[in-house]
Design a protein around this ligand. Sequence first.
Ligand SMILES: [Zn+2]
Length: 499
Amino acid sequence: MSDNLEDSVINLKLLIDEAKKKVVFAEAGKDFVDILLSFSPMGTIVRLLGMHQTVAIGCFNNIYGSVASMGMNNFTTEASKQMLLYPGSLNQEKCQKIKLKIDDSEATKCYMCPMFVRSGQCSKRYSNFNTSRCSCGNLMNEVIQFQGEGGQGNGVEGGVFVRSAHTSFIITDDLKVEVNSVGSTFNVLKDLGYADCDKLVEMILDVNLQEVATLLESLFTSDTPLTDTFLKKKSSYGMERIHQTQSPAYGVDGEESKADQMITLNAYVRKKEGNIIYVECGNDFVDLLFTFLAMPLESVWGISGNGIILGCIGNLCKSFKELGVDSGGEASGFKCVLPHYYKCQKQLLDVVTTHKPPTYYHYVSFSVNHFREYSLSENSGKRLVYDWDELVRVTSIDPKSDSAESSGFVKRGMRFMVTDELIIAPSNSTSTIGMLKDKHTRLDEVEVRVISMKKEEVIRLLAASLVTSSALSTGLLGMEPASTSTPGSRFRKKPKIET
Ligand SMILES: [Zn+2]
């Protein structure tokens, strides 16, 4: 937990139905709404939930756990593993300004080789990770200080994500957020069936970090997160998880996938039951699964075509869209934009794109008997440059390959095994035998099927990963979820089965 903002206090006004011991709605300022928006990306959510409580979000915990337990020799670089365990986001800088921040990860920095100015052998490059190596052989571990850095703050007044002119919001117990007005208050009360306010009382409280952590957990596990968090009722567990596999939202784009935009897997399928025990695959599929961790929650929800219901996530994401909240990235469409260093060869088959890496200008000034250096980002405007200044244009390297070319997270040419629950491990004969033993499966009960994945299958897999514990069978073969933590889970429509 962050301690720099420990003294920060956020006020929340709750309207409570005393008879039902339930929060009717909360009245909050931008600071509280900002907190709700700061829960992202997926890998960070899994890490934070793991730290406080154990709540499984579909198969995401398994993907995260696989990264954590996989040996460094399977990854292209140290940075590849690091960026998956502590995912960066385009919002990271903004998130540092959140009043109650449960995510303790630091904003991404830029590093250069310490010999950059003195040695002629250095590449004119920077890395966002201090584990990258310069062409001269040194670690690039000197932080670049930018001139005029942190100047234009999105002041507390303006809100970090919420930029609207409104200062007060109404949040229902199932996390629908609306601008506070007489009309909206009236409608919310009427919708909930209150004819008058006789039995309702107001309560004002200061929100603390522990409550923010509980709230995050309740988002995924409860229909009534505010009641659970602030009235300590703890989970109604009437939670609904619905997974609807038709028409992924991304389909609107219409363009056909190119031939190289395809991933092929060998699936080991149980003949009788028809479910996938595991798939054997190359680095491309593992890169794709690992990228899930870097995706913001609202992008996962948006790309899945709103076909999933998970706790109150849908209400929250919908509200932010309606409020026109600037949640960073160009998440307005159904694409998800990640920081440039997440670029992989098969960029999630076009579902995910990456930001253009920024270019910096490094000035070395030898004026008056001492030299000084400073860096400027590309868009920081004009600047007076003297004749004796040396200006160097510095571009990014891919910290996954220590060069300009983009590489994946795991080494090329390796083979991996991925179970239905998305536990990922390097493939070898011992692991295969162990797996069959584990699943009590005889060889003649298993058949191999080749599965080709295009954009559409990726989207289905992403949705299934969020709400089921059998992501491969559900996402790729359209099977009913094998087991979910809730009995209420159901399918709305059975998709066509692929062979
Ligand atoms: Zn160097």
